[in-house]
Design a protein around this ligand. Sequence first.
Ligand SMILES: CC(C)(COP(=O)(O)OP(=O)(O)OC[C@H]1O[C@@H](n2cnc3c(N)ncnc32)[C@H](O)[C@@H]1OP(=O)(O)O)[C@@H](O)C(=O)NCCC(=O)NCCS
Length: 176
Amino acid sequence: MLEGHTINLRVMEHDDVPLIVKWANDPDFAGDYEPIEQVTHREIMKWLDGLPADEKWFFIEKKDGTPIGQIMFAPLGKHYVIGYRMLPSERNKGYCTEAVRIIVDYLFLTRDIVRIQAETNPLNLPSQKVLEKAGFMKEGVRRKSVFIRGQWHDGELYSILREEWREPRVLLKPQS
Ligand SMILES: CC(C)(COP(=O)(O)OP(=O)(O)OC[C@H]1O[C@@H](n2cnc3c(N)ncnc32)[C@H](O)[C@@H]1OP(=O)(O)O)[C@@H](O)C(=O)NCCC(=O)NCCS
């Protein structure tokens, strides 16, 4: 468990598969800028078992253990990429920003890496705000990089470098 100030991050396990399937099949959870998928319990079980050791998916949980979102990281060459989603009812409360800060702290504290990146739809202003609040910088556009709801969309690439991170913002830090 990675403990933050208002939320914790807990790695997904087999027991979580029913909830993963429920959320994965809910277009409202994906939001307006993420692909819509329909998956089965069996597919998710197989996917979870087949994840590479260094790719981790977490539930974002309130301090009482209520799951309110998901966040993941995966290696991309010598760097890492992250992604996240929140339940619609729990958006705009600062939870995702804290989750991203925790993952950034965790990756820079545990791995000798220099860069973490994320990609958002140009219209996904909440996601861009999350990344900026967590210290990421926009570095460019990947043209027609993702197929969403019948159309190819550009992706805005954001990154944070180790020297921009400098020190943990949530992990190992008491709340000020
Ligand atoms: C993107 C997402 C994860 C953000 O989660 P969240 O918990 O609401 O994020 P936070 O509350 O930490 O921050 C959201 C920020 O966006 C701002 N925001 C919300 N809607 C906005 C809009 N239409 N325009 C500009 N800013 C907006 C909020 O005010 C907040 O900023 P603030 O703290 O300065 O007020 C959530 O909207 C979501 O799950 N969307 C659907 C899935 C998705 O798009 N995932 C990301 C794919 S790249």
